[in-house]
Design a protein around this ligand. Structure first.
Ligand SMILES: C[S@@+](CC[C@H](N)C(=O)[O-])C[C@H]1O[C@@H](n2cnc3c(N)ncnc32)[C@H](O)[C@@H]1O
Length: 159
């Protein structure tokens, strides 16, 4: 498969999983881990207009159309920023999207493990986590039809 085909499939899996999760998550806020260019943040604002959407990234590099308000953007390393969000809103997040990493397993695997251990500090009971990796400690749910197994992940927190 070409890299272009692979990117197209990953992004459409991401969109399909986020769409399903917005429909099935309990009431509460959204947390987008990894602002990047702001594509998923922009999409989440569009598909979940009534929910607060918090975003974490170590730096602001979003397209001008996708810059979160200051109160909803936590700029810094993900681990202390999840702790800071927990101190601010407690366990109010009903849907988390995990899109951190740089594609290098030596970096991404320990990061995913560390964030998976911290997320319960902000997740409400029954919260859904849509992720680019299988995070430890959560119930794995099936992905929507058309999403190939292992391409994107949906998980549930039973806290
Ligand atoms: C794949 S991009 C996110 C793409 C974004 N969801 C979008 O749709 O445009 C990953 C982002 O994670 C951020 N990142 C990676 N590791 C991080 C860490 N340990 N703490 C904070 N941000 C991190 C990078 O700065 C980058 O912007």
């Amino acid at each position: 498969m070409s890299r272009l085909d692979s990117v197209i499939r990953r992004l459409s899996a991401q969109r399909d999983c986020l769409g399903w999760a917005v429909e099935h998550a309990p009431d509460g806020a959204v947390l987008d881990l990894g602002l990047g260019n702001g594509r998923t943040y922009h999409h989440l604002r569009e598909i979940a207009p009534a929910r607060d959407v918090y975003v974490i990234d170590r730096h602001m590099a979003a397209h001008p159309s996708s810059v979160p308000p200051d109160d909803f953007f936590l700029e810094g390393e993900a681990e202390p920023m999840v702790e800071a969000l927990a101190a601010r809103i407690g366990r109010s997040v009903a849907l988390a999207h995990y899109d951190l990493g740089n594609g290098v397993p030596e970096n991404d695997v320990p990061l995913a493990k560390a964030i998976a251990a911290l997320l319960p500090k902000v997740l409400c009971n029954g919260a859904l986590i849509v992720a680019n990796a299988e995070l430890e400690g959560f119930e794995q749910l099936p992905t929507p039809e058309g999403v190939a197994p292992g391409r994107y992940f949906i998980q549930r927190y039973k806290g």
